[in-house]
Design a protein around this ligand. Structure first.
Ligand SMILES: Cc1cc2nc3c(=O)[nH]c(=O)nc-3n(C[C@H](O)[C@H](O)[C@H](O)COP(=O)(O)OP(=O)(O)OC[C@H]3O[C@@H](n4cnc5c(N)ncnc54)[C@H](O)[C@@H]3O)c2cc1C
Length: 321
C-alpha cells in the first residue's frame, strides 16, 4: 500500500500549493508508515518533476505522453487510477483547485473511496478538518472506507521542506482519449502578466462599489504597482464586469496573500470565506458599518473614487524616488 499525491503544474511550472499537498501526504505517511509517491501529468510534467524530486517521495511519476497534450478530466482521472493501481495506493491526495475538483471525485468514485474535499488540517488520528457553511464552522470528518481520497485547500498547508531524493519514472499512459464521450475542442486561456490569484503575495479586489466595469482600472493599476493579482466579488462577476477566473470567495478562489486590499466590497460572508485568512487586510468602503471592517486590519471609511487614485499616486511617488 502507498500514498499517491497528484501534484499540479502549469506548462512545467509547479503550482505552489502542490508542495502543501505533499506536506499533507508526508503527514499521512508518518502516521501510517506508508511511502508516498507524486504524480505529474501533461506537457511540461518532466520539468515540474524536478521541483518535487527532493521532497521525500519514493517515486515521482511523470505522465507527459503525447496523449496528454490536451487536458480532459476523464483522462487525468484514468491516469491517476492507472498509477494508483500500479503503486497499490490506498490514499490519493490532491488540490481543491478547479482541476482537483473535477478529477478527484472521479477517482474516488472509481476506487469506491470516501472523499473529503477542501481539507484545511489533519488530526493525529487522520480525520479531516474542513470548513462548512461558508467557513462559519470547521467540521471534523472521518472516512470509513479502506481507500481514502482528499483534496487540500492550498492556503492551509505549508510547503514541504526539502527531503530525500526520489526516483523519477515515466508512465506509459494506457487510457485512450479517443474512446471518451467528451472530446477536447479548444483552450481559451486568460493571458495575464500578473501573478496567479492564488499565489500572489498581494491581491487587490474590487466590488460593486466601483459602480461600473470601466472603473476596474483603478483596482488594476493599484495591483500592478504592487506586483499583485486582481480579484473580484461575485456581484461584479455576475454583472459581467470581469471574468469569473477572478472571483474570490466561497464559490470562487480561496486566497491568503500577505496583503489583501478590498475596494468597494461589502464583505458578505461568502466573500470573506475566500480571503479572511490573508495576513493583512485593508478595506476601503464608504459605509463604516460594512462587514468587511470586521476582518480588516486597516480600514479606510472613504469614497474609493477619491482615495484609490490618491493611494496610487502616493505609491507611484514612493517608487520613483
Ligand atoms: C451561494 C452563494 C455563493 C456566493 N459566493 C460568493 C463568492 O464566492 N464570492 C463573493 O464575493 N460573493 C459570493 N456571493 C455573493 C455575496 O453574497 C455578495 O452578494 C457579494 O459578495 C457582494 O459583492 P460586493 O461586495 O461587490 O457588493 P455589495 O454587497 O453591493 O457591496 C458594495 C460595497 O461598496 C461600497 N461602496 C459603494 N460605493 C462606494 C464608494 N464610492 N466608495 C467606497 N465604497 C463604496 C458599499 O458601501 C458596499 O459596502 C455568494 C452568494 C451566495 C448566495
Amino acid at each position: 500500500m502507498s500514498i499517491l499525491i497528484l501534484a499540479e503544474h502549469k506548462k512545467g511550472k509547479l503550482v505552489k500549493a502542490s508542495l502543501g499537498a505533499v506536506k499533507a501526504g508526508a503527514f499521512v505517511a508518518q502516521k501510517t508508515n506508508l511511502p508516498y509517491n507524486i504524480l505529474l501529468i501533461g506537457p511540461g510534467a518532466k520539468d515540474a518533476a524536478q521541483t518535487v524530486a527532493n521532497v521525500g517521495a519514493a517515486k515521482v511519476f511523470v505522465a507527459d505522453d503525447p496523449k496528454t497534450a490536451n487536458y480532459l478530466d476523464e483522462l487525468w482521472a484514468d491516469i491517476v487510477l492507472q498509477v494508483a493501481g500500479q503503486t497499490g495506493a490506498s490514499w490519493v491526495i490532491g488540490l481543491s483547485t478547479t482541476q482537483g475538483k473535477a478529477v478527484l471525485p472521479r477517482v474516488a468514485a472509481r476506487l469506491e473511496a470516501g472523499m473529503a474535499s477542501d481539507v484545511i488540517a489533519l488530526t493525529d488520528n487522520l480525520n479531516f478538518v474542513r470548513p462548512m457553511y461558508a467557513g462559519n464552522l470547521n467540521a471534523e470528518v472521518e472516512i470509513a472506507s479502506p481507500k481514502k481520497v482528499f483534496s487540500i485547500r492550498g492556503t492551509a498547508f505549508e510547503p514541504i521542506a526539502a527531503g530525500a531524493a526520489a526516483t523519477i519514472e515515466n508512465v506509459a499512459v494506457s487510457a485512450d482519449p479517443a474512446g471518451y464521450r467528451k472530446t477536447f475542442v479548444k483552450m481559451e486561456e486568460t493571458v495575464s502578466t500578473r501573478p496567479p490569484l492564488t499565489e500572489a503575495p498581494v491581491v487587490v479586489s474590487g466590488g460593486r462599489g466601483l459602480k461600473e466595469a470601466a472603473n476596474f482600472k483603478l483596482v488594476e493599476e493599484l495591483a500592478d504597482l504592487m506586483g499583485g493579482a486582481v480579484g473580484a466579488t461575485r456581484a461584479v462577476v455576475d454583472a459581467g464586469w470581469i471574468h469569473n477566473d477572478y472571483q474570490v470567495g466561497q464559490t470562487g478562489k480561496v486566497v491568503a496573500p500577505n496583503l489583501y486590499v478590498a475596494v468597494g466590497i461589502s464583505g458578505a460572508i461568502q466573500h470573506l470565506a475566500g480571503m479572511k485568512d490573508s495576513k493583512t487586510i485593508v478595506a476601503i468602503n464608504k459605509d463604516e458599518e460594512a462587514p468587511i471592517f470586521s476582518v480588516a486590519d486597516y480600514g479606510l471609511v472613504a469614497d474609493l473614487f477619491a482615495v484609490v487614485p490618491e493611494l496610487t499616486q502616493k505609491i507611484k511617488a514612493v517608487k520613483t524616488k
